[in-house]
Design a protein around this ligand. Structure first.
Ligand code: FA5
Ligand code: MG
Length: 343
């Protein structure tokens, strides 16, 4: 019986030695020390032994059992250490490798220009007002002196959502919205940048969705010369002292008199190109003296107060500013285009 136990021990130690995975060890343990294993079987036969033999064999059995257990524990430790070593070797970091370049975003060129325009007007004491992009027919047209059958509505072909609501065609509805909050009292000095929509056919200078910045000043004694001075200063500030502006008589139902303001084309230096449509000038804004009807409808007394308003296209300003020949570049989001405007 003793020989049998020793032989078992040899066999088990051999198996342990050959194990290459922790799992093999667990199998070996179950096989030799488990309830259904040979050890248990040998020990079960001890009842048949004589009283002298029993403690001797018992001791041998215990020794064999603990020898196997110790061998398993030791082997397990070394297998785990090996595994760890292998992992560490696989995962070594080469700190001298070059890093991955991180892409950092930046503002869109239109945002840059709008912020610059805002800064100019904020420095002149204006505040920034806002209005909804889904606008009522009343604010977009009626409160601006354009009743339902007014022919001037044709110049701003619109996207209607219902009979009453449309995507605003201009930022001008912010004029009556802001005036109404004043309860008939000046002064009011605001700009409002925002997105507007028109059923215009897209070309080099027109988009069906574009930006506008509305401006409005209401106070006692505001005159056309205040408007002209403001716009002249703005143009020189944005485009340089060498750029000329030109005021053309125009018509808007909500201003009287009305003008459109052009800037000499900085892309062709006035020679004529596709952006200025060969004229040497590019229209950047419409403006005028606020119509008495518009003042009245929003609660101001036109006998006491007067004001000017303007609405400019920052898309056009950005085109002139950066020499961009097509407005559609702003909205097609080609990353190669946008990336050039990192400030
Ligand atoms: C207006 O929208 C008036 N609300 C401006 C105004 C405000 C007049 C206050 C008087 C008082 P107009 O339709 O001309 O006007 O547009 C104003 C500016 O928006 C234009 O000068 C141009 O710079 C820009 N713009 C107009 N249509 C487009 C378009 N389809 N794509 C890009 N920019 C445009
Ligand atoms: Mg126009």
């Amino acid at each position: 019986m003793k020989d049998k136990l020793i032989a078992l021990q040899e066999e088990a130690l051999q198996a342990i030695k050959q194990a290459t995975r922790v799992k093999d060890l667990q199998d070996t343990k179950v096989k030799y020390l488990g309830k259904k294993g040979p050890m248990t079987e040998v020990l079960r036969g001890m009842g048949k032994l004589s009283a002298e033999e029993r403690p001797v064999i018992g001791q041998v059995a215990n020794e064999v059992r603990s020898a196997i257990q110790i061998a398993i524990d030791e082997k397990q430790e070394s297998l785990q250490a090996e595994e760890m070593q292998r992992k560490l070797e696989q995962e070594t970091l080469d700190v001298t490798l070059p890093g991955m370049p991180q892409q950092v975003g930046h503002p869109h060129p239109l945002t840059l220009v709008i912020e610059e325009i805002e800064d100019f007007f904020l420095s002149m004491g204006y505040t920034i007002a806002e209005g909804p992009e889904v606008e009522s027919d009343y604010y977009n047209f009626e409160a601006l002196n354009m009743p339902p059958d007014h022919p001037a509505r044709d110049t701003q072909d619109s996207f209607y959502i219902t009979e009453e609501f449309l995507l605003r065609t201009q930022t001008s509805p912010v004029q009556p919205r802001s005036m109404e909050k004043q309860n008939g009292k000046g002064p009011l000095k605001i700009i409002c940048p925002g997105k507007v929509y028109r059923r215009d056919t897209d070309d080099a200078t027109h988009s069906h969705q574009f930006m506008q910045i509305e401006g409005m000043v209401i106070d006692r004694g505001i005159q056309m010369s205040d408007l002209k001075g403001t716009l002249e200063r703005f143009a020189k500030e944005m485009f340089g002292e060498e750029r000329d502006i030109r005021l053309r008589p125009s018509y808007f139902p909500f201003t009287e008199p009305s003008v459109e303001v052009d800037i000499s084309c900085s892309i062709c230096q006035g020679e004529g190109c596709s952006v200025c449509k060969k004229t040497g000038w590019i229209e950047i804004l419409g403006a005028g003296m606020v119509h008495p009807n518009v003042l009245k409808m929003a609660g101001f007394d036109p006998e006491e107060y007067s004001g000017f308003a303007f609405g400019m296209g920052p898309d056009r300003v950005a085109m002139l500013r950066y020499g961009i020949e097509d407005i559609r570049h702003f909205y097609t989001n080609d990353i190669r285009f946008i990336q050039q405007f990192n400030r």
